[in-house]
Design a protein around this ligand. Sequence first.
Ligand SMILES: [Mn+2]
Length: 320
Amino acid sequence: METRRITPEDAAGTLLGADNILILTHKNPDGDAIGSGIAIAQALQQKGKHCRVAWSGELASFYTLITRDYRPDAFAAPEFVLAVDLASNRLLPNETAKYADCIDMVIDHHATSVEFAKETLLEADASCCAEIIHKVITAMGCEVTTGIANCIYVGLATDTGCFRYSNTTAENHILAAELVSRGVNIALFNELIFGQKSRARIEIERRALAGMEFTSNGKICIITITRSMLEETNCIESDIEGIATIPKAIEGVEAGVTLREQENGNWKISLRTATLDASEICSVFGGGGHLRAAGCECSGTPFEIKVAMVAAINRRLGIT
Ligand SMILES: [Mn+2]
């Protein structure tokens, strides 16, 4: 679909002229997806708009920090469909996939974003979608309430790994300062988001670490999460959010690879890199993402997938 590229000001103008707005995001939503969605919903509600954020699956307990004060509106059929943090309409969960071809506007920050909406607000250098949402909310003339600031903070903090990843900018810190001045309790938020893990999470980490593999002189580290591991540990999807950061966190590892068995038998691969272009490597396997964090979905046995991934990474590391 031919899309019209728009600015935050354009997006604000269009949204102020809309009502009964359905807000969509990707499957297995993360903090940026949920934070962006609820932030823009609350801003639109300030302007008297009816809107509702649709997401699928069970969320980690820390999300109650931002979901507990949020009241979705009821309406029969949406008149306007907005997608946030969504790089492709194929990433919608089953529950909202029926809207894939009628998305009016998308607000996103993925460099691999494809054209699927009538209008696209894409800022590929933004570290999170929530910071673009903040610009739109400001352009709409909305007050950044503590509730909205909380949502933006969750998106900003999670997508930057609590301001540790290489995508973190000076603007991110300036925005964080503003959010703190709006009342975000950062000590509480950071403790619940980053400082605590569920018992199920620790149990699955124990199993993942037990099966950890190293190749290429320790430059590549691989962990594998099977369906049976998820069942044994009673993990819900949100319990394993961010688990892909574990292999990359080991000293000397250039590329951390996480294989996750999907319900359909395929394997979701997450790649985290120190210096390599993760997005480019994953694009070879039909995926994409960001410079140091990307993913793809593969069929085949874990062995075949690991051989193919290691070969692709070795080539870029100059290991033959
Ligand atoms: Mn994001």
